[in-house]
Design a protein around this ligand. Structure first.
Ligand code: GAL
Length: 368
C-alpha cells in the first residue's frame, strides 16, 4: 500500500516539478535543462527513478551519504528521516554508508557535523539547516569541497538559490510550498460557514495563531495564508492572540492554555502551524472543558497519524498532509541524480493535501 502511494506521489511530484517548478515556491524558477535532461524529464517518474538507479549501478552501494537533520526531537522530521533512509537503501545505498546526524537545534553543532562530513569525503550531502540564514556559508564550504548538496525542509532564501543557478552549482532545495498548506488550513475553516463558527455572534471569526519556529519560512507562510484564505472567502477575522510555539507540543499546550484562560469562549478557532502543537492545543482545549466541533475548531499541518485519527473521531477539525514520503524520496532521487551526473533543477516542489473527516481514513491508510 505504502509503496504504491510512494510511486504515485513520486510520479506526481516529479511531474509537477518538471512541468511548472511545482506550486510556485518562493525561489527563482529553475534553469537551463540540458537537452537530454528535458527528454528524461518527460519520462514517467518510476521509469526515470529506475533508470537513474540502474545508471549508477552497483556503485551506489559504495557511495557515502551524509544527512544533517536540524533536530531529531521533531515528530515530522523523524518521519522524514525514516523514509529517507528506507528509500536510499531501496535505491541501492548501503545502510552503513548512510550517516544521519542530529543538529540538536544548534547551528554551531550542525556546522561542525558538516565539517566532519567534508573531511570524511562523503559523496553527497542532504541538509536540513538549523538556521536558514546559514545557507550561504554552508553552500560555500560544501561547493568548495566539490560535494553535491540537497537542502530539505528549511528553504534558503531567493538570493541564495539564485547563486546556485548563476554559478551552475550542484545544489538544490526539495520541499513543499507552505503557502498552500496555510491556504488549505483556512479553507477547512471557511468551508464550515460563519454560522457554524461564530459562537459569540460578533460577525467575525475570532482566532488564535500558534506559530512554528521562524527559522522555517513555513511558519510565516502558514500564518499568513491561513488567515488570507478566510478573508479571501469574505470573512471578517479577529486575531485574539499570536504566539510562537516552536513546532513543539508542550509549548503549544502552554500557549493555548494561556490564550483560552485569557480570551475564554471568544476563541472560536485555533490555528496551529503544525500538528505537534495542535496535539498540545487539543489537550488545553479539553482541559478547559471546551469541545472541538461544538464550541471551538482546531487545525494543524503535517498529518501525523495521531492527528489524523483525531480528525476521524472529530476531536480535531482538520490537518494538512505534509508529504514526507514525496519529499524524502525526491531528495534521495536528487542526490542520486547528482551522483550519476544527470543533475537537477535547483528547486523541486511537491504538493500538500487537505485532510478533513471526509478523506482522513484514506490518508490514514496511506500512512501505514
Ligand atoms: C515543517 C513541519 C513542522 C516541523 C518543521 C521543521 O515543515 O510542518 O512540523 O517539522 O517543518 O522545520
Amino acid at each position: 500500500m505504502k509503496k504504491k502511494l510512494v510511486s504515485v506521489v513520486l510520479a506526481a511530484v516529479m511531474g509537477m516539478a518538471l512541468l511548472a517548478g511545482c506550486g510556485g515556491g518562493s525561489a527563482a524558477p529553475a534553469e537551463q535543462p540540458a537537452e537530454e535532461k528535458t527528454e528524461e524529464a518527460a519520462e514517467p517518474a518510476e521509469t526515470a527513478a529506475e533508470e537513474t538507479a540502474e545508471a549508477a549501478g552497483g556503485e551506489l552501494a559504495d557511495k557515502k551519504v551524509g544527512v544533517c537533520i536540524y533536530q531529531f526531537a521533531d515528530n515530522f522530521m523523524t518521519l522524514f528521516r525514516g523514509e529517507l533512509e528506507r528509500y536510499l537503501i531501496e535505491q541501492g545505498f548501503a545502510k552503513e554508508n548512510i550517516t544521519i546526524v542530529d543538529g540538536a537545534n544548534d547551528q554551531a553543532t550542525q556546522s561542525g557535523q558538516i565539517d566532519n562530513f567534508i573531511s570524511q569525503g562523503v559523496d553527497v550531502l542532504i541538509i536540513n539547516l538549523v538556521n536558514s540564514s546559514s545557507a550561504s556559508t554552508v553552500t560555500d564550504k560544501v561547493v568548495a569541497a566539490n560535494i553535491p548538496l540537497v537542502y530539505i525542509n528549511r528553504e534558503p532564501d531567493e538570493a541564495e538559490q539564485q547563486r546556485w543557478t548563476d554559478n551552475n552549482w550542484n545544489v538544490c532545495y526539495v520541499g513543499c510550498d507552505a503557502r498552500q498548506s496555510g491556504t488549505f488550513q483556512g479553507e477547512i475553516i471557511a468551508d464550515l460557514g460563519l454560522d457554524a463558527i461564530d459562537f459569540n455572534g460578533n460577525g467575525k471569526i475570532d482566532y488564535i495563531m500558534i506559530e512554528g519556529d521562524p527559522e522555517n519560512i513555513d511558519a510565516a507562510y502558514r500564518t499568513e495564508y491561513s488567515v488570507k484564505a478566510l478573508t479571501d472567502a469574505g470573512f471578517e477575522v479577529n486575531c485574539l492572540d499570536d504566539q510562537v510555539g516552536m513546532w513543539d507540543q508542550v509549548k503549544g499546550n502552554e500557549l493555548v492554555n494561556n490564550s483560552l484562560s485569557q480570551y475564554g469562549n471568544d476563541v472560536e478557532v485555533v490555528f496551529c502551524n503544525n500538528d505537534a502543537m495542535a496535539l498540545g492545543a487539543l489537550q488545553a482545549i479539553q482541559s478547559q472543558g471546551r469541545t472541538v466541533g461544538k464550541d471551538i475548531y482546531l487545525v494543524g499541518v503535517d498529518a501525523l497519524t495521531e492527528v489524523v485519527q483525531y480528525v476521524i473521531s472529530g476531536e480535531i477539525t482538520g490537518t494538512v498532509f505534509n508529504n514526507h514520503f514525496a519529499q524524502a524520496d525526491s531528495a534521495a532521487d536528487a542526490a542520486i541524480n547528482y551522483l550519476n551526473g544527470t543533475g537537477n533543477e535547483h528547486n523541486i516542489q511537491c504538493d500538500y493535501t487537505k485532510v478533513t473527516a471526509e478523506n482522513a481514513q484514506e490518508i490514514l491508510d496511506s500512512l501505514q
